[in-house]
Design a protein around this ligand. Sequence first.
Ligand SMILES: Nc1ncnc2c1ncn2[C@@H]1O[C@H](COP(=O)(O)OP(=O)(O)OP(=O)(O)O)[C@@H](O)[C@H]1O
Ligand SMILES: [Mg+2]
Length: 422
Amino acid sequence: MSASPGRIAPKKRPGRRLAAAPTAPSVGATGIDAPSDSIRIRTRGLTKRYDDLVAVDHLDLDIHAGEIFGLLGQNGAGKTTTILMLLGLTEPTSGAARVVGLDPSRGPLQVKRRVGYMPDSVGFYGDLTGRENLRYTARLNRIPAELTETTIDEVLDQVGLTDRADDKTDTYSRGMLQRLGIADALVKDPDVLILDEPTTAIDPLGVTEVLELLRRLVRERGMAVLLSSHLLNQVQSVCDRIGIFASGKLIGQGTMEQLAARFGDGRREVEVGLDLPQGADDRHAREVLRKVPGVESLDDGPRPGDPWTLTVAPGSDPAAVRSAVLAAVAAEGLPLASIRAVLPSLEDVYRRAVARPATAAAARPRPSNEDTPAAEDTPAADARADLDRVPAAAPPPVRVVAPDPVEPVTLPSDPPSPEEKP
Ligand SMILES: Nc1ncnc2c1ncn2[C@@H]1O[C@H](COP(=O)(O)OP(=O)(O)OP(=O)(O)O)[C@@H](O)[C@H]1O
Ligand SMILES: [Mg+2]
């Protein structure tokens, strides 16, 4: 990762379209082809069954250009299966998906040309260098030869692999392979980036850099990013919207604020830090803050000197309380160091979301072509059981596997196909 990452130039290679490509109107999946300039990924009633197991259950999603959407869920919740259906790598049992306006079941190769994909297990040719692997990807994606080297240099820099670019990938650490996986997804200058567990093997500073890179790609190139993860902090810090997945069902989706309003415990808090000398008499300051209209109680932080937590009284608006605190502090001349409204953490929200009891509507069996209610209204019946059954989430091991299917083109000096490799 470059030490001072430069601006990402908004770019589209000549002849590349950003807008969704036209598709034939679908039958039986309501709204799937409704016109929209900004939607890059849309699913309606998307379902995948493996015999008796419903891996993905009537998924309705809209993901827009310029946003990062996080699919959050336990092991086995259905995240990877969803992603595979979006790429046309597995066929839905029912329902429909559109990615950049294309039907992945009918045109997986066209979808792959427009979508950068990093699988949960990245695979590269170990006897080629990182740069050579990217050249291979560039040729498969028909990137003009005169652009290949500058594009590769740029993406290697973006993921912080420039120094190791000319080493063989069988000498790479797991985190380096994951960084190369992100570079590989970026080489084709995609409109949509789909990343399955993108940061599980990357060290903490590297994770921060990768998440910053994703934010820049979204902000400066208007990309749509879908990432799956079970790492709550990362999802909360980088995603504009989050979908909570449990047992194949999307039990809630929205911004952190929307999820907190729906699944939070209703408590609203304002955290206030005062810059008082150690051991100073703080009784007056406490009294001032307790008397602010809308403040129910004041609690100390875990350590001496930590900010105090003001609990907002039921029915009071936290923003109004925050303003009233600011006014009181100014009127009394108290040395304010910090003030912020506290939202529940994604961990709180997630625990509450998956622990919600099923409603009759959610438990009712639904015909496969019935219009599905909003995903927000369908809590998972067995989500609690899922949480109990599954051990604490552990990062899946990165194993080197065959590269995912790519468009067959004849290259004069192709590396051997995965099947030919020893
Ligand atoms: N090819 C398959 N055949 C049968 N069952 C499958 C298949 N692929 C996935 N499943 C099942 O579908 C469910 C969803 O799996 P999926 O891989 O989508 O979960 P996930 O959310 O990606 O989990 P993880 O966090 O472990 O990656 C699981 O119960 C899994 O066992
Ligand atoms: Mg998975």
